[in-house]
Write a protein that binds this ligand. Structure first.
Ligand SMILES: *Cc1c(COP(=O)(O)O)cnc(C)c1O
Length: 420
């Protein structure tokens, strides 16, 4: 495709964008009285305008029905979380029975480790990527210590090669092969938060299963961003937060995938609570736990309805648009952003190295050679919201739902302004 770095060309791309009206379904912060150019949907998605209505509904039900809201509210609370399964299933490529929503991401990874990290004398190692998101590093190391083992002996990190910014699939597969029968678990980020790389989850899952390990994915940067086929790939478990590409609101609930193979397994270790109990009998307050025959068996506490409400609002937008349309726009707008970066770099003689490999989703991570943090502050002051990662990287994620091609062009103009 032959892009052009002009306003009229960007406007034409917007005109032809089937998703062009969706940006009006979101609230944009303003800087200098103008909507910002929002590149941080990978960190906190914008608020869907409908979210408030969904929260208000719960507030009204609570005011008018109080405890009766559990059963009498139009969207009753006792099974409120079940409304998510059908909507989340196509986003992550799962059967509805394999998906649930509960707690928050790191908490869910801990709960899933209870079921899927069961070290023995022979099989106890965990494979992950180096420099994983810090919470994942803390979570995994603390799980290892919980089992009385030492993180240094258990955790095997796949490393990037000297001078490279991305992981090589062959290195990951080789590590899995080498660890072999000692490998208890492969647990990695499906999309790397730092460089935006999309891992080949299908091949890695296959390799992990071949050595007899469990395979789980942290999909924080993948859910709502890239195509996922968790069931077909034979993934054992996965979890994701919903406040990044899923636009559910700050710190909001996490989604979980648990392969149906494990749903009725009697002896699977699991931390249990009453919301995982057979839902027809939940309020009989029986002494013995009878798990739900699906991913809901991993539920612990009664669901935080006020938090779930905006997530539901967001999911209705996903349901309306569907991942294929989002992915189609994603690829085009990211390619246009890449083009704009190259154009501006050549105009101003700058060196913006895109360290995101070609296996990418929405995010471009850009190494700003020769530039300091002032450039980042300048962008923020001029209404371009990005984020900064040491030593010298800005991450740009033009979310397909609400970013426009004109945003990309305007960003180029702001960036150019810094150098003139
Ligand atoms: C954002 C993110 C988290 C955040 O975890 P919370 O429990 O929601 O705070 C964890 N892991 C990865 C890979 C992330 O990108």
């Amino acid at each position: 495709m032959q892009f052009q770095n002009t306003l009229s060309y960007a406007q034409q791309l917007d005109q032809n964008d089937p998703l062009k009206n969706y940006r009006y379904k979101f609230h944009f912060p303003k800087v200098n009285g103008k909507d910002v150019i929002y590149f941080t949907g990978n960190s906190l998605g914008l608020q869907p305008k409908n979210a408030k209505k969904y929260v208000d509904e719960v507030m009204t039900d609570w005011a008018e029905l109080a405890v009766e809201g559990h059963f009498q509210a139009e969207k009753a609370w006792w099974d409120y979380h079940e409304r998510f399964s059908e909507k989340l299933a196509p986003i992550v490529g799962a059967k509805p029975s394999e998906v649930t929503v509960m707690n928050t991401l790191t908490v869910n990874l801990h709960l899933l480790m209870v079921s899927f990290y069961r070290p023995t004398k022979q099989r106890y190692k965990i494979i992950m990527e180096e420099k994983a998101f810090p919470s994942d590093q803390y979570m995994i190391a603390s799980q290892v210590r919980f089992h009385g083992l030492s993180p240094e002996e258990v955790i095997v990190e796949v490393k990037k090669r000297e001078g490279e910014h991305h992981f090589r699939l062959e290195d990951i597969l080789q590590t899995i092969k080498e660890v072999g029968e000692e490998c208890a678990l492969v647990l990695m980020g499906g999309v790397n938060y730092y460089n935006g790389q999309v891992l080949d989850m299908e091949s890695i899952t296959k390799a992990g299963k071949e050595v007899g390990a469990f395979v789980g994915w942290d999909l924080a940067h993948a859910a709502g961003n890239v195509e996922l086929k968790l069931h077909e790939w034979n993934v054992d478990f996965a979890a994701w937060c919903s406040y990044k590409y899923m636009n559910s609101g700050p710190g909001n609930a996490s989604g979980c995938f648990i392969n149906e193979k494990y749903h009725n397994q009697k002896d699977i270790p699991r931390f249990e609570g009453w919301w995982g109990h057979n839902k027809e009998r939940r309020f009989l307050m029986e002494p013995e736990f009878q798990p739900e025959p699906n991913a809901n068996a991993w539920q612990v506490s009664n669901a935080p309805i006020l938090a779930l409400a905006p997530y539901l609002a967001s999911l209705e937008l996903f349901e309306e648009v569907g991942m294929p349309a989002l992915i189609q726009k994603r690829d085009k707008i990211v390619a246009y952003l890449e083009f704009i970066l190259q154009e501006i770099a050549s105009e101003v003689g700058g060196d913006f190295e895109i360290i995101t490999p070609k296996e990418r989703g929405t995010q471009l991570s850009v190494f700003l050679h020769g530039q300091g943090k002032e450039l980042f502050h300048y962008l923020m002051k001029n209404g371009v919201i990005t984020d900064w990662r040491e030593p010298n990287v800005i991450r740009l994620a033009p979310a397909a739902f609400y970013c426009s091609y004109v945003d990309m062009w305007r960003f180029g103009q702001v960036l150019k302004g810094y150098f003139s």
